[in-house]
Design a protein around this ligand. Structure first.
Ligand code: SAM
Length: 228
């Protein structure tokens, strides 16, 4: 079983996404378990304060090191082999290759920030800093959810067909998925490419591969980042 832990001020954020579709089935099948750890439970003052003003002045508040580090220690106590990931815009970009790498581990602990982010010293207590992309979210929870969802679908026996994950974008040779079509054959004057109706599997495979390469080149030219 893959053990996911989430260190967060908002455990309720995860209730709906984890009770739908693929994550729901993976949890029900005992392939993954997800434990939310409330960061506020590790505050030591009577107001359960987890944030404080930045030294040197400036707007906003920061996550205090005391409660966050105590929560990380608790996560490591519960899952000694866990890999602790801090979600932060200054981390390295999350990729499909990274998701695959996480599936090789016994579990991950995702640390979600809020406010203006973390006291810098907290970085010394995590194994890795990950960014979802070059934009700023209000909190680490949406980023943690994306990481967790992409890892869960790659775990063995989660997807109905193991082929699905292998054929996804960024996996085979690091290129994008090819274009897909379903019924009807014609929609508002737009037709399904003839080759897909030909029944010639060799031709179809060749066409798909070419389209995937073309798309990936175009995405590169348009500035979309991907592996490979
Ligand atoms: N002041 C920070 C900055 O400009 O880098 C932004 C803090 S943000 C409002 C609060 C929290 O959201 C961060 O501590 C982090 O956990 C999360 N977050 C925001 N954007 C993120 C991103 N692109 N990737 C991962 N986490 C992000």
């Amino acid at each position: 079983m893959f053990h996911a832990q989430i260190l967060t001020l908002f455990p309720e954020f995860f209730d709906t996404p984890l009770s739908c579709s693929i994550p729901k089935r993976a949890i029900a099948a005992g392939i993954v378990d997800v434990d939310c750890i409330q960061l506020r439970d590790f505050a030591t003052d009577k107001h359960s304060k987890v944030d404080d003003a930045p030294y040197g002045g400036g707007p906003g508040m920061l996550m205090k090191p005391g409660p966050v580090v105590a929560a990380i220690r608790e996560a490591r106590k519960r899952q000694p082999d866990t890999h602790v990931v801090m979600l932060t815009p200054s981390g390295i970009s999350f990729t499909q290759a990274k998701a695959l790498e996480y599936t090789e581990k016994s579990g991950i602990t995702l640390l979600c920030g809020r406010y203006e982010g973390f006291d810098e010293r907290i970085c010394d207590y995590v194994d890795e800093e990950i960014s979802l992309g070059d934009y700023v979210l209000s909190g680490g929870e949406p980023a943690a959810l994306c990481v967790l969802d992409s890892v869960i679908r790659l775990l063995p026996d989660v997807l109905g067909s193991p082929e699905s994950a292998v054929l996804d974008s960024f996996t085979e040779e690091g290129i994008l998925d090819w274009p897909h079509y379903t019924r009807p054959e014609e929609f508002e004057g737009k037709h399904v490419p003839d080759v897909l109706l030909s029944g010639n599997h060799a031709k179809i495979e060749k066409w798909r591969h070419e389209q995937a390469i073309l798309r990936s080149r175009k995405a590169d030219l348009d500035g979309v980042k991907h592996d490979g």
